[in-house]
Design a protein around this ligand. Structure first.
Ligand SMILES: [Zn+2]
Length: 79
């Protein structure tokens, strides 16, 4: 009965190695244009905003990126 939306939890260790710095840069640049595509397979990335939590003040605005083409998942700072 408790249906409140819970923030996404990202395992930092798991996510940390998902993207190379070059891939991160490519995605960030694409995101500023509105739509990001996967640096690996070129499919459109789904982006899910990750809400900052009050108890993790160091977490800035972030987004979870998911690729339906190759299964890439990564979290990126977007703010
Ligand atoms: Zn992909």
């Amino acid at each position: 009965m408790d249906q409140e939306a819970r923030p996404l939890r990202i395992e930092e260790e798991e996510m940390g190695g998902a993207l190379t710095p070059a891939e991160e840069k490519a995605i960030k640049e694409a995101l500023t244009g509105g739509v990001a595509s996967c640096p690996r397979c070129g499919a459109r990335l789904r982006t899910t905003p990750i809400s900052p939590r009050p108890d993790t003040a160091y977490v800035r605005k972030r987004a979870l990126l998911e690729c339906d083409g190759c299964g890439l998942r990564a979290a990126l700072d977007t703010g």
